[in-house]
Design a binder for this molecule. Structure first.
Ligand code: BG6
Length: 469
């Protein structure tokens, strides 16, 4: 649909940027921090998370750059094991102080903190006890969430519960170095994460009722490969299993019936205890965060032993499932150098589908492009490909606003270069370049990329500069 005139972004729009604790902070064992599951990763060719972008020591310089960029919001996560080194029990005062200082620094710079409680970094001590397979981890999460809500009451207005729960269930390898749980166990864990989020929502309503909370799953529109009705229904099925299972629980408080039918058919429906469904029903989200990078294209399953292709996918490269769907290439779309399909219009489609289902405000908590980059001879970093990617996506977000989607804001991934989940610093995402090598920590100097200036102009003009280029 074409509109005769482009409407501006609202004044209150949260122009933001994102990171997560373990991907930027470093200082993995300093000042009393306990290890998380991510600290088990010791890749030979890529950076681990021990130093990362050294944000722990340089956060004031980083916040100054955020202010210069013009950010209205900064989405980051708290490292659970920095605050509770063993996930539960004793609090680490120095860990808590780090987040007090960071949040105060942001507020002083006029930047709204948007805080994720848990972004892939389960405390190792909890993991070793059984992690999300145990209901005691729900109790530990609630205690951690309560402490955060009490500590930052009146300062943090937007909380996110769990980052990409659907990725942790569908692509679990990055969360379980060396030992991926069975499908049954994963879906039991999934249920426990739903309960943990609901307990956090309940706690926040008691502690700081004016503050808003929501989930941050990875949500993408799923397309049928052809107009064959079998392909269309396969796309519907996969969209329900991958997306709506997660958002229906968070937003509506119940298991999607089709997703439940799938889980029962596969023998994956989780064990539930009395009161679980009531807890979910009574504690739903105020808004929906969503991470969007690409779309998926699927065709009907043939159930002939070959549906599961390709065999190695990541969060944006679908892997088919026998008897459910086949993953397909979308030949209409170009891809990033890491093979992720680029689909700005898919962002508009995704936002419309989400808003149509839930009628809740939506915040884009991640979207961006990763690529190989280096400092040019002039000492600058020229990332025109990121400018092209982001401006195309911003324009589609603006179209979604015109479609009447209640879009609160947009937090591209990432504010600064950070350790990507699989490719270290070979895949960079930031507006700010971090001068470090893959294994060599380098100078850690921060360099504003060309996209920094472009985003600065977009924010400053409230999106008007998007119409100019
Ligand atoms: C999201 C995660 O899945 O995608 C981030 O929330 C991640 O933690 C981002 O970094 C990009 O993925 P990758 O694998 O390129 O780091």
């Amino acid at each position: 649909m074409f509109y005769s005139e482009t409407k501006p972004f609202p004044e209150s729009f949260l122009w933001g940027a994102s990171t997560s604790a373990y991907q930027v902070e470093g200082a993995w064992n300093q000042d009393g921090k306990g290890p998380s599951v991510q600290d088990l990763h010791k890749p030979e060719k890529f950076s681990d998370f021990s130093v990362a972008s050294d944000h722990y020591h340089r956060f004031r310089e980083d916040v100054a750059l955020m202010k210069e960029l013009g950010l209205k919001a900064y989405r980051f996560s708290i490292s659970w094991s920095r605050v509770f080194p063993k996930g539960a029990g004793d609090v680490n005062p120095q860990g808590l102080q780090f987040y007090r200082d960071l949040i105060d620094e942001l507020l002083a710079a006029g930047i709204e903190p948007v805080v994720t409680l848990y972004h892939f970094d389960l405390p190792l001590a909890l993991h070793e006890q059984g992690g999300w397979s145990l209901r005691s981890t729900i109790d530990a999460f609630e205690a951690y969430a309560r402490l955060m809500f009490e500590t930052f009451r009146g300062k943090v207005k937007y909380w996110l519960t769990i980052n990409e729960q659907n990725v942790m269930i569908n692509h679990p390898a990055a969360m379980y170095p060396g030992n991926v749980p069975s499908q049954n166990e994963l879906h039991q864990q999934n249920h426990h994460m739903f309960l943990a989020s609901a307990r956090a929502v309940k706690a926040l309503r008691e502690i700081d009722p004016a503050t808003k909370i929501g989930p941050a799953p990875n949500i993408i529109a799923v397309y049928p490969k052809t107009s064959l009705p079998e392909d269309v229904i396969a796309a519907d099925n996969w969209e329900v299993i991958r997306n709506w299972l997660y958002l229906d629980v968070a937003a509506k408080g119940y298991y999607n019936p089709l997703a439940a039918a799938y889980l029962k058919e596969k023998g994956l429906y989780p064990h539930m205890e009395e009161g679980d469904l009531e807890l979910l029903a009574e504690n739903t989200a105020d808004f929906l965060g969503l991470n969007y990078y690409s779309t998926a294209t699927v065709s009907a399953a043939k159930n002939d032993g070959h549906d599961r292709q390709p065999r190695n996918g990541d969060q944006q490269t679908m892997v088919g499932e026998e008897g459910v769907f086949r993953a397909e290439e979308n030949d209409a779309l170009k891809a990033t150098e890491f093979g992720w399909k680029i689909d700005p219009v898919g962002l508009r489609t995704t936002l419309r589908r989400v808003y149509d289902r839930y009628h809740l405000p939506v915040l884009i908590t991640e979207n961006g492009i990763g690529g190989r980059e280096e400092i040019a001879a002039d000492g600058q970093v020229h990332d025109q490909y990121r400018i092209t990617y982001l401006t195309a996506h911003f324009r589609q977000a603006q179209q979604a606003l015109m479609d009447d989607v209640d879009l609160m804001g947009y937090c591209p991934w990432a504010f600064m270069d950070l350790v990507s989940t699989h490719q270290g610093y070979q895949k960079r995402y930031g507006f700010v370049y971090v001068d470090r090598g893959e294994l060599d920590p380098g100078t850690m100097n921060r360099i504003r990329k060309d996209s920094f200036d472009c985003y600065h102009d977009i924010i400053k003009t409230g999106g008007c500069s998007l119409q100019e280029n």
